[in-house]
Design a protein around this ligand. Structure first.
Ligand code: ATP
Length: 347
C-alpha cells in the first residue's frame, strides 16, 4: 500500500518552546494510526500541524507525496482535503442532521446533497435520521454524525482528536470498534490522537507512543504491551511491576522470584543489574506453584480478579486470577511465573 501521509522530522514550537520534536512517521493508504501519550506530550500539536492549523519550525509534512508544510510554507487547511472529527461534536444545533452533514458541500443541488447525507447516515448506522436535530441524539450518535460530516466531502484522510473522550468508558470502546469498522469498510485512512490506551487499542492498526514531544515507539498494540522498547512505554501501556535481577545469559535473568527465561536476547554484559517487567498475566494461580504470596489487594473485574500480591522479599506484583478464585486480603496463595515475553531494562 502506498504511503498517504508522511511526517519527516517535524518540529513545532510555541514561543520558542518545543512541543513536537523530530517527529517522523508515515501512514499508509487505508491504515488507522493512533498517536497515544499523556497530556502535554504534543500529540494534539502534531495533529494540528498535519491539518494545517500549526506551522512546522523544522522538517516537512507530505500528503500523497506533496509537501504541505515546511518552515515558512503551509498549505491552508481547506486545501489539504482532510476531514476532522473533534472531541466536542461541534454539530450546528439549529440544523437537522442532513444539513449538518452536507454543510460544507457546495455546488451540488439540494436533492443530491440530501441523498448523500442519507447514504452517509446509513454508513454510520443512523438510517432515517436526516430530519432529526442534534439535541435528539445521544453523545455516541452525535459523534457518528460528526464522522459522517467529516466524510461528506470525500477527504483523503480523517483526523480525529480525542473523539470519544466525552463519552462514558463503556461506550468509548464500543464506539471505537464501530468507527474502526466504518473506516475499514470504506478503506478510509485515519489518524487519531488520544491519551486513552484502550481507545487506541480499539481503533488503531498501529499506535505511536509519544512523550515530551517525541515518538518513542510505533507498533501494534500487542507489541507495545509485550515488547515495549522503553521503560516509559512499559509503564504507560498496561499494568505491571518491575523486579530486580541479574543477567545470567542473554535470555536468562536471575531474580528473587526464580530464573526467568524468555524469548529475547539482551546484549548487556553478563552480571548486569536489570529490572524485569512482570505483567499481571505473567503470574499464574497454581495450587502446586513454587511461589507463596500474600494477597494485599484485590479488584474484581468480572471474568477475572486483579490481585495485588506481596512476595517473600516484600516485592509487590499484580496477578490476574480467574474470577472464581476468590481470596481474602491477607490470605496466602500459590503462584508460578509464566513469562512468555521477557522484557528487561538496565537497573
Ligand atoms: P492534551 O492531551 O492535554 O491536549 P497533548 O499531548 O495533545 O495534550 P499538546 O496540546 O500538543 O499536547 O501540547 C504540547 C505542549 O505544547 C504542551 O506543553 C502545551 O502546554 C504546549 N502548548 C499547546 N498549545 C499551546 C499554545 N497554543 N501556546 C503555547 N503552548 C502550547
Amino acid at each position: 500500500m502506498k504511503t498517504l501521509l508522511e511526517l519527516k522530522n517535524i518540529q513545532c514550537r510555541y514561543d520558542g518552546q518545543i512541543a513536537v520534536d523530530d517527529l517522523s512517521l508515515h501512514v499508509r493508504q487505508g491504515d488507522i494510526f493512533c498517536l497515544l501519550g499523556p497530556s502535554g506530550c504534543g500529540k494534539t500539536t502534531a495533529l494540528r500541524a498535519i491539518a494545517g492549523f500549526e506551522p512546522v519550525s523544522a522538517g516537512e509534512i507530505l500528503i500523497e507525496g506533496e509537501c504541505v508544510s515546511r518552515p515558512g510554507r503551509s498549505l491552508p487547511p481547506e486545501k489539504r482535503r482532510l476531514g476532522m472529527v473533534f472531541q466536542d461534536y461541534a454539530l450546528f444545533p439549529h440544523l437537522d442532521l442532513g444539513d449538518n452533514i452536507t454543510f460544507g458541500l457546495r455546488g451540488e443541488d439540494k436533492s443530491e446533497r440530501r441523498r448523500r447525507a442519507e447514504e452517509l447516515l446509513e454508513t454510520v448506522g443512523l438510517t432515517g435520521y436526516a430530519g432529526r436535530f442534534p439535541h435528539e441524539l445521544s453523545g455516541g450518535q452525535q459523534q457518528r454524525v460528526a464522522l459522517a460530516r467529516a466524510l461528506a466531502p470525500e477527504p483523503r484522510m480523517i483526523l480525529m482528536d480525542e473523539p470519544f473522550s466525552n463519552l462514558d468508558v463503556e461506550l468509548r470502546e464500543r464506539l471505537g470498534g464501530e468507527v474502526r469498522a466504518i473506516l475499514k469498510a470504506r478503506g478510509i485512512t485515519a489518524l487519531m490522537v488520544t491519551h486513552d490506551q484502550h481507545e487506541a487499542f480499539a481503533i488503531g492498526d498501529q499506535i505511536g507512543v509519544m512523550r515530551e514531544g517525541r515518538l518513542l515507539q510505533r507498533d501494534t498494540a500487542f507489541n507495545l504491551y509485550h515488547e515495549p522498547a522503553e521503560r516509559f512505554v512499559a509503564e504507560f501501556i498496561g499494568q505491571g511491576a518491575f523486579v530486580k535481577g541479574t543477567l545470567e545469559a542473554p535470555d536468562t535473568i536471575v531474580t528473587v522470584l526464580g530464573v526467568i527465561q524468555g524469548n529475547r536476547a539482551y546484549e548487556w554484559p553478563r552480571g548486569s543489574m536489570v529490572e524485569v517487567l512482570i505483567r499481571p498475566d505473567d503470574i499464574v494461580a497454581d495450587a502446586e506453584g513454587p511461589l507463596i504470596a500474600k494477597v494485599v489487594g484485590k479488584a474484581f473485574k468480572g471474568a477475572e480478579t486483579l490481585y495485588t500480591l506481596e512476595m517473600g522479599g516484600g516485592e509487590r506484583l499484580l496477578s490476574l486470577f480467574p474470577s472464581h478464585h476468590d481470596h481474602a486480603i491477607g490470605e496466602q496463595v500459590r503462584v508460578r511465573l509464566q513469562v512468555d515475553h521477557l522484557v528487561a531494562f538496565p537497573a
